[in-house]
Design a protein. Structure first.
Length: 815
């Protein structure tokens, strides 16, 4: 029974072993194909890797033949030469502009001097004509007054009473010349009036000429002063440009010699010097173009080497991955082969066991008239029938069956152990080969690394370079600041000294001219200079009183002379017509009438005297007003010249002029900071508008660009340079004592970020406050005092003040 049951079980196990062997054979075939495919790919990748290694070696040889460090050094030298040439060309341009301003100022000074001389001669001529016309008017005024009295209504009435050959009741004369020809008197009076009106018109015209000449003289004086100022400024600029060029010339010569640029540096910053500098710049650019090609080839080779090296490394990683896949599949193949062998061995063992069982039970089956087919067809029935037979042999066959089973079970283990041993030996050999290859790769990498930086560690080398660069930048910044302040002070002092010397020379010349004119005038009036000096030193109020008194005395003398002449004429006329036979009573009556008439005349004289006094007051007031008008005209001419110089329709010309000067200073300071941050760019004033800024790209041949064409990081650096320049404007560190920067650092690379932070730390070291809002980790690490806003959720946050080293103040909650 046991054999029958065992036979059934073994038959089932045999079927399982057959199917397992078939599956293992399929897996083995599949893995074998995959291993073959991976091996072919591995061979292709190894061939490509070897080819890449050869290409990398060839390009490294070509790169070494180019001698890139020497070319880089030469290119740097030529860049420095170009920079120095740009500065020298700028100095030459400043010298040429200043020379042109100087020539223009001298021309304007000559024109202004000619205008001053012409206006002075016109004023002298007008004053001479004024004196002559006033003297003529003073002579004709008494005649005009007499003529006015002669044609007055009273005189006409008296003449109407005259009778030919009868005595005049006024003068007693019997000769009446105007009685027969009354129009002759009117014509004479009209002639006198016309003459007085002509003199008044001539005096008014002379006053206008004098005023116009005075205004012209004032304007010419203003233009002459402005021309002198322009000349002084231009001379200072010429001197400053020459001094700057003297400092730049030896530096430029050394740089040209070092860079092996052919050509000589001009000695003077004139037009020929500018042409020579332009020729040097062209030669330097041509030299740089010859270097640019090899450098571009070196950069291309370096880029190709990097790309090939990346491909080489990728292939190495892919080869290692393929090797791992092959190893894994070989392990799986070995396991599948072992499993197939095991299943085959098991199937053979099971077949042998079945054969053994069949051989054992065949006698029993034969004894029971059964065969294997019957056993396969109905095992249960056969089992029942053989039960009796099996029981008899059970005890004897039991031990034999166990021994045979043990022996058959050990056979697959032995075969598997032998196969495992062979596979292990193969793997050991392959692993040893790969280990040798990796040792060679490691040695090659170590040798290549040893050639870089002299074997020095990258971190220590970078730290040393950064420290040296930071120290050099700080020294350069301090030197530039000292140079800028010293140059500004020297130029200011030199300009003031030249201005003072020029003013002293002008004052000495004017004093000598004034002394000569003063002595000549003293000789003309026959007075000693001491006497004239004493008179000039007299109090102006006393002079005005004396002048007024002299004028009154002169008027009184003129009136007295006119009255005496009139009375003399009256006396002559009276004596000429005196008749001794005249009746005394008639004379008494006539005297009474004349006395009454004289009283009337005295009354009229009083009225006329009052009118004359009022006229004199009006004339004095008019004279004072004329003097005030002349003063106002001179002042108006000065202010008109100032308005012509700095005025505009909108009223912002002077403000824009001052803003332009301030912007020039700020652009100069910003360029110093921008050179330290990024030497590629430089700021410049716009030509179309006085207050616009442009960017000069030095790497693109000094191309003028708009500030909008810059990238975010470049625009941030330019803004930072302008902010730093604003903080030190006018050389006063406290002009802007607080600087806030909101973000912008995230667009900078590591090196530029270090430069920007160094600049801010330098600004902070001068005592100014710098505030930064940033999320850049590298920036946060270098901030000494930090105000942190930390989110806590639910719309709440905390504010902490930290010293940058981990210690923090108590937090404040914010909603």
């Amino acid at each position: 029974m046991v054999l029958l049951e065992k036979r059934v079980s073994l038959k089932q196990s045999r079927g399982t072993a057959v199917s397992g062997a078939a599956e293992a054979a399929e897996v083995t075939a599949r893995l074998d194909g995959e291993i073959t495919e991976l091996s072919e790919k591995l061979a292709v990748d190894r061939g490509r890797k070897d080819s890449l290694s050869r290409e990398i070696s060839e390009r490294r040889s070509s790169l070494a033949a180019i001698d890139e460090p020497t070319l880089r050094e030469r290119d740097t030298d030529i860049q420095r030469v170009l920079e120095a040439l740009r500065e020298a060309s700028t100095t030459c341009e400043q010298h040429l502009r200043a020379s042109a301003d100087l020539a223009r100022g001298e021309s304007e000074l000559a024109i202004a001097a000619q205008e001053v001389a012409t206006a002075s001669s016109q004023i002298a001529e007008a004053e001479s004509d004024q004196l002559r016309e006033r003297a003529a008017r003073a002579e004709i005024v008494p005649l005009a007054e007499l003529a006015e009295e002669a044609v007055s209504s009273e005189a006409i009435h008296l003449r109407s009473l005259l009778t030919p050959n009868l005595a005049c009741p006024v003068c007693g004369s019997t000769d009446h010349p105007h009685l027969a020809h009354p129009s002759a008197l009117n014509e004479m009076v009209a002639t006198v009036r016309r003459r007085r009106e002509e003199l008044d018109a001539a005096l008014a015209a002379i006053d206008q000429r004098l005023g116009a000449a005075t205004r012209t003289l004032a304007a010419a004086e203003v233009r002459r002063t402005e021309a002198n100022r322009v000349i002084d400024v231009a001379r200072g600029q010429v001197s400053a440009a020459e001094s700057a060029y003297i400092e730049q010339r030896p530096i430029l010569s050394d740089l040209c010699s070092k860079a092996r640029v052919e050509g000589s540096v001009p000695r003077a910053p004139d037009s020929q010097g500018a042409s020579a500098l332009a020729a040097l710049a062209s030669a330097a650019k041509a030299e740089r173009i010859t270097i640019t090609g090899p450098l571009a080839d070196a950069q291309r080779l370096r880029t190709e080497i990097d790309g090939l090296q990346r491909e080489h490394d990728a292939l190495a990683r892919a080869i290692e991955s393929i090797i791992r896949d092959v190893d894994q599949r070989r392990s799986e193949l070995h396991a599948a082969q072992l499993k197939a062998k095991e299943q085959m061995v098991r199937e053979a063992a099971l077949a042998e066991s079945l054969g053994s069982i069949d051989r054992e039970i065949t006698p029993f089956l034969a004894a029971a008239d059964l065969n294997n087919e019957a056993l396969d067809a109905d095992p249960a029935d056969v089992a029942i029938r053989l039960s009796a037979v099996a029981q008899e042999y059970d005890a004897l066959r039991k031990q034999v069956g166990e021994l045979e089973t043990t022996q058959q079970r050990l056979v697959p283990d032995r075969s598997a152990a032998a196969a495992s041993l062979d596979h292990a030996r193969t793997q050991v050999m392959e692993i040893a080969t790969r280990l040798n290859q990796r040792h060679l790769v490691v040695e090659e990498k170590a040798a290549a690394r040893a050639e870089l930086l002299g074997g020095e560690a990258t971190a220590s080398h970078r730290t040393g370079i950064n420290e040296a660069r930071r120290t050099a930048r700080e020294k350069l910044t301090r030197a530039r600041e000292a140079k800028s302040s010293t140059a500004g002070a020297f130029q200011s002092a030199n300009a003031r000294c030249e201005e003072a010397a020029s003013g002293l020379e002008v004052a000495k010349s004017r004093r000598a001219s004034a002394e000569v004119a003063f002595n000549s005038a003293c000789q003309d009036i026959a007075r000693s200079p001491d006497r004239i000096s004493a008179l000039i030193a007299t109090d102006p109020a006393v002079c005005r009183v004396l002048r007024s008194r002299i004028q009154e005395i002169e008027r009184a003398v003129n009136d007295a002379d006119a009255a005496a002449l009139t009375r003399q004429n009256d006396l002559v006329r009276a004596l000429g017509g005196f008749d001794e036979t005249t009746d005394a009573e008639a004379l008494t009556i006539m005297v009474a009438a004349l006395a009454a008439e004289i009283g009337d005349l005295h009354q009229r004289t009083g009225v006329l005297s009052a009118a004359l006094a009022r006229d004199d007051d009006a004339r004095r007031t008019a004279a004072n007003l004329s003097a005030e008008l002349d003063t106002a005209r001179v002042e108006l001419a000065i202010w008109q010249a100032v308005d012509d110089a700095v005025g505009s329709a909108s009223g912002d010309r002077f403000r824009r002029f001052v803003q332009g000067i301030t912007l020039d200073h700020m652009v100069q300071l910003a360029n110093d900071h921008l050179h330290a941050l990024t030497p590629r760019y430089r700021l410049a004033r716009g030509a179309a508008s006085d207050l616009t800024l442009h960017i000069i790209d030095r790497d693109m041949g000094d191309e003028v660009r708009s500030t909008r064409s810059l990238s975010g990081g470049e625009r941030f650096l330019v803004s930072l340079a302008l902010a730093l320049a604003l903080s030190g404007l006018e050389g006063r560190s406290s002009f802007v004592d607080t600087l806030f920067i909101d973000e912008g650092f995230g667009s900078l690379d590591a090196e530029t970020l270090d430069l920007a932070v160094d600049a801010l730390e330098t600004l902070q070291g001068r005592g100014q406050k710098v505030g930064v809002i940033t999320h850049v980790a590298a920036m946060i690490e270098r901030i000494a005092v930090q105000v942190r806003v930390e989110k806590r959720g639910a719309g709440r946050s905390e504010i902490r003040v930290s010293d940058g080293m981990g210690s923090a103040s108590p937090a404040m909650s914010a909603q």
